[in-house]
Ligand binder design. Structure first.
Ligand code: ADP
Ligand code: MG
Length: 217
């Protein structure tokens, strides 16, 4: 099956939803024996890509040019390679990340099409102020843990990097073929509502409603 592209603002709850979807799909896959699909979760974290690669402030960009591996372009190449390695008709890939560039989502759509498997968007929607609060909270926790040598808290974005990513975010547009079908989960969606959204996603991607992908459509 398909490629599920998670997309949303920084610290908007993407990883949380991606993990919930992973649990949901594992259970759905296990319903048929032998299982029809394998499941993969790919993210910046799984590939050890730092939040700093998205930082375009002049000082950081200068750092990138010195360290060949740390630019956003390299990060995208790593993600692309990881998706390409596993994507097939029998593999469900959840790509957890910002996925904020229209052209990047288009490229992923073409890759899925080449593998004759569908793709969809899981839009994680969250008010900007709420997402900002999460990042601020993370920054505080990181500072505390560094000062007290505790266990490290999840990586936070530098405020300028965070603001800039929100500014650059290109909203998925379900009217385009590469951003459709689009499924959305809201910050306040409870378990029941989230499950309904995941049910719809499953039906469209793996169930009866799944559309056949032809190579040159
Ligand atoms: P992202 O992957 O977009 O950076 P995370 O999934 O890591 O965001 O979530 C950031 C923080 O917000 C985590 O501490 C998580 O527990 C919390 N969180 C995420 N989604 C929700 C939600 N829908 N309701 C309440 N808290 C949430
Ligand atoms: Mg995340």
């Amino acid at each position: 099956m398909p490629l599920i592209i998670v997309s949303g603002l920084p610290t908007s709850g993407k990883t949380t939803r991606a993990k919930q979807l992973h649990d949901y799909l594992s259970a759905r896959i296990a319903e048929t024996q032998p299982p029809k699909y394998r499941l993969h979760l790919i993210s910046d974290d799984s590939l050890s890509i730092s939040r700093a690669v998205y930082d375009l402030s002049p000082d950081t960009v200068r750092l990138h040019t010195r360290s060949a591996n740390s630019s956003e372009k390299d990060a995208r190449a790593a993600l692309y390679g990881a998706v390409k390695r596993v994507l097939s008709e029998r593999d469900i890939v959840i790509l957890d990340g910002l996925n904020y560039i229209k052209g990047w989502r288009y490229q992923l759509h073409c890759e899925a099409k080449a593998m004759r498997t569908p793709n969809c968007i899981l839009r994680v929607a969250c008010p900007v102020d709420q997402a900002r609060q999460v990042n601020e909270e993370r920054r505080r926790r990181r500072q505390d843990t560094t000062e007290h040598h505790g266990e490290s808290a999840p990586e936070a974005y530098e405020p300028a990097n965070w603001d800039n990513l929100v500014f650059r975010y290109e909203e998925p547009n379900p009217m385009t073929r590469w951003d459709s079908p689009l499924f959305a989960v809201l910050w306040d969606d409870d378990e029941a509502q989230t499950k309904r959204t995941f049910d719809d996603l499953w039906d469209a991607m793996a169930g009866e409603g799944r559309k056949v992908v032809k190579p040159n459509q």
